[in-house]
Design a protein around this ligand. Structure first.
Ligand code: CIR
Length: 255
């Protein structure tokens, strides 16, 4: 597996914020946490390919939002925040070596954080960043490859992206915060609820045989372990000040 990552930009202190008040971000600490995150991915079996930072792109470390990679094709997104649209060329150049590329075009907007892939089902969240036109474009790209696209409502007052509210533990089971996404939208899949006191804990990263989660959510971690899930916690507290979590700092795909 390859994990494509992008170095933390010093401009992260000027990141986009939707729900959180701006807090000072320690760039060195963010970099140290990001390095530890990359090591965790290596231990889980990934070859980390790290793209250089761009001093003019505050949110470029959150590489998940600019592409969605399938076995057959990679889709370069058109991020919902205009400030993030210049993040795509460097990521597209790298992905071109691994997959045929498709792209989301104007007037579509899509953040990769709104795309949850479970087997051949692709759930796309209608968040503040992703619109129906992008869902239609995803359908045109992916239906010929045998994927079904399902539009999902998320509570934009609470969460930034679909994957802030729900991620997959395996191809049958989701980890969810039902206050932000109605579990009925995921018919046929089992659900584990995040701990009540940890609304942001649903964002976990499936990599190799393990699940990477943010260390800030021990109660949800215990719930996962009680279900027999092997969990690796990572400290991403500085990235969380920029409204980032564990899925958003990598694009993981088969070599
Ligand atoms: C943004 O607002 O775009 C960034 N500050 C955070 C993006 C986090 N991305 C993700 O969870 N997929």
């Amino acid at each position: 597996m390859i994990a494509l990552t992008r170095e933390v930009s010093p401009a992260i202190v000027r990141c986009e914020l939707t729900h959180l008040p701006r807090q000072p971000i320690d760039v060195s600490l963010t970099r140290a946490q990001h390095l530890a995150y990359e090591r965790t991915l290596e231990v889980a079996g990934c070859t980390v390919v790290r793209l250089p930072a761009d001093d003019s792109l505050p949110d470029s470390v959150f590489i998940e939002d600019v592409a969605v990679v399938f076995d057959e094709v990679a889709i370069v997104t058109r991020p919902g925040a205009a400030s993030r649209r210049l993040e795509t060329p460097a990521v597209a150049d790298s992905l071109r070596q691994h997959r045929p590329l498709c792209a989301i075009h104007d007037p579509g907007t899509l953040d990769g954080g709104d795309t949850l892939v479970v087997g051949r089902r692709v759930f796309v969240g209608l968040s503040g960043r992703t619109n129906r036109e992008a869902v239609a474009q995803m359908r045109r790209i992916l239906n010929p490859h045998g994927y079904s696209i399902e539009e999902v409502e998320v509570d934009v007052r609470g969460c930034l992206h679909l994957k802030s509210a729900v991620t997959a533990i395996d191809d049958e089971t989701l980890l969810i915060n039902r206050r932000w996404a109605d579990a009925k939208q995921f018919a046929g899949l089992a659900v584990i609820d995040v701990a009540q006191s940890e609304p942001h804990a649903a964002n976990v990263l499936r990599v190799g045989g393990s699940i990477v989660c943010a260390a800030a959510y021990p109660m949800t971690q215990q719930k996962l372990e009680a279900h027999g899930v092997r969990v690796t916690p990572v400290d991403v507290s500085e990235l969380a000040k920029a409204e980032g979590a564990v899925t958003c700092c990598s694009l993981i795909f088969k070599e």
